[in-house]
Design a protein around this ligand. Structure first.
Ligand code: MG
Length: 366
C-alpha cells in the first residue's frame, strides 16, 4: 500500500461519431486523456482524467500531466489507502487544479478496493438497485439531424437524452421541440446550453418551451445569470459548470438555484470529494447526474461505482463515456445493457489495463 512509483500514460481517444460539438461552436475530434498507475508494494491502482478539450472547464490534457509531475514527489512513500491523507498531501502541495488530483485519487480508491477485496461501489456505500440509467449526449448539429440521433440512440435502449444547445436560440428552440416530439412520456429530455446563452437568449428559449417537458441545464456562464434565468422559468433546472465544489453547492441550495446538478468526478477533484458532495446532495434531496468531463474505460468504471452506490431516489442519470470513443483502454468495466449499466463486482475498479492501447508511459516517477 506504500506508493513506490507513479506511471503516466497519454491516450488519444477519437470519437465514434467523428466529432463532439456543443455550445458556441466548440468541438473535439480526438480527446487527450491521461491514465495513471499508482504502484504500491502490494497492489496497483488505475485512474484517468480526460478534460472536455481545453475550453470546457479550466482544465487541459497537458495540464493534467504537468500537475501530476508536480504532485508525484509528494506522493511517493505515502499510503495509497489513506485517502484523506492522500488528498491533504495533494491539496497542500498544489493549490486548486482539482482535475489533476482526480486520476490519482481514483487510482488510490482502486488500490484500497484491491487491498480490502471489495469493489469501489461497495466501499462507497453499497450497490443501490440493479442498474444505473444512462443518458445519451446528442452532439450539436442542425435540429433535424439531432432529432434523428435521438431516435437512433432511443432504438439502442437509451431513455434519457441531453441535447447540446447553447447555439442560435431560434435553432435551439427547434432542437428541443423536434426531439421532444420523438419521445414518450417518462422519457427524459435535457437541453444543456453549456453556458452558451446570454440571459436574454435564455429567456427567449425558456419562454418558447414553457409547455414542453424539458429540463434546462446551465443556460449561461455565471451563477448569477443562471439564477436570473431560473427565476423566469418553471422548467426543472440543472446546474453543471458552476457547481464545482461543496461551498458553491451549499450556496446554490440556499438560493434555490437548481433542482439537480451534474456531479463530475474530475471537476470536484476525484472520487473522495465527489462522494462528499454526493452524500450532501442525497441528504438535501438534490438529484444528480453522476459523471465526469470525459474519459474512456477507466473513467467510465469510476463513474459506474460512484453512480451505482448512490441512492436511487436522487440518481437522475449517469453516463458511459467509453461508448463514445473508439479506443478501449481497459477490460472488466461496467456491464452495459439497453441504456443502463452495472458496476463491476470485482475488487477495486475491477479493471485490467489494456497495455497495447495505452502504450509506454510518457512519464515514470519514483
Ligand atoms: Mg452539462
Amino acid at each position: 500500500m506504500w506508493i513506490k512509483q507513479i506511471k503516466v500514460y497519454q491516450v488519444e481517444l477519437p470519437l465514434v461519431e467523428g466529432r463532439y460539438s456543443w455550445s458556441e461552436g466548440k468541438y473535439v475530434e480526438v480527446f487527450d486523456s491521461t491514465i495513471v498507475e499508482v504502484i504500491t508494494d502490494d497492489a496497483t491502482g488505475i485512474g484517468e482524467v480526460c478534460p472536455l478539450g481545453p475550453f470546457y472547464l479550466p482544465a487541459f490534457g497537458k495540464g493534467a500531466r504537468a500537475g501530476i509531475e508536480e504532485l508525484a514527489p509528494h506522493l511517493i512513500g505515502q499510503n495509497a489507502t489513506d485517502l484523506a491523507t492522500i488528498n491533504t498531501v495533494m491539496d497542500t502541495a498544489l493549490l486548486g487544479h482539482p482535475y489533476v488530483k482526480s486520476a490519482i485519487d481514483m487510482a488510490c480508491w482502486d488500490v484500497l478496493g484491491k487491498r480490502a477485496g471489495m469493489s469501489v461501489c461497495d466501499l462507497l456505500g453499497g450497490r443501490q438497485g440493479d442498474v444505473v440509467d444512462l443518458y445519451r449526449a446528442i452532439s450539436q448539429m442542425p435540429p433535424k439531424d439531432m432529432a434523428r440521433n435521438v431516435a437512433s440512440y432511443r432504438d439502442q435502449g437509451y431513455r434519457k437524452f441531453q441535447l447540446k444547445v447553447g447555439g442560435n436560440p431560434d435553432e435551439d428552440i427547434e432542437r428541443i421541440i423536434l426531439a421532444r416530439e420523438i419521445l414518450d412520456r417518462g422519457e427524459v429530455l435535457i437541453a444543456d446550453a453549456n453556458t452558451g446563452w446570454l440571459a436574454h437568449e435564455a429567456a427567449r428559449v425558456v419562454d418558447a418551451v414553457a409547455d414542453c417537458d424539458v429540463y434546462i441545464e446551465q443556460p449561461c456562464k455565471s451563477y448569477e445569470e443562471c439564477l436570473t434565468v431560473r427565476s423566469r422559468t418553471a422548467r426543472p433546472f440543472i446546474l453543471d459548470e458552476n457547481i464545482d465544489s461543496l461551498p458553491i453547492l451549499l450556496r446554490a441550495h440556499h438560493d434555490g438555484a437548481m433542482d439537480a446538478i451534474n456531479l463530475k468526478i474530475s471537476k470536484v477533484g476525484g472520487l473522495s470529494k465527489a462522494r462528499v458532495i454526493r452524500d450532501v446532495c442525497a441528504t438535501l434531496g438534490i438529484a444528480m447526474t453522476i459523471e465526469d468531463s470525459w474519459g474512456s474505460d477507466v473513467v467510465t468504471a469510476a463513474i459506474a461505482h460512484l453512480a451505482h452506490s448512490t441512492p436511487e431516489r436522487v440518481r437522475f442519470s449517469s453516463t458511459d463515456f467509453n461508448s463514445y470513443v473508439t479506443v478501449d483502454t481497459a477490460t472488466g468495466g461496467p456491464i452495459r445493457t439497453d441504456g443502463t449499466m452495472r458496476a463491476a463486482e470485482r475488487p477495486g475498479l475491477g479493471l485490467e489495463l489494456d497495455r497495447r492501447s495505452v502504450g509506454n508511459p510518457v512519464a515514470v516517477y519514483g
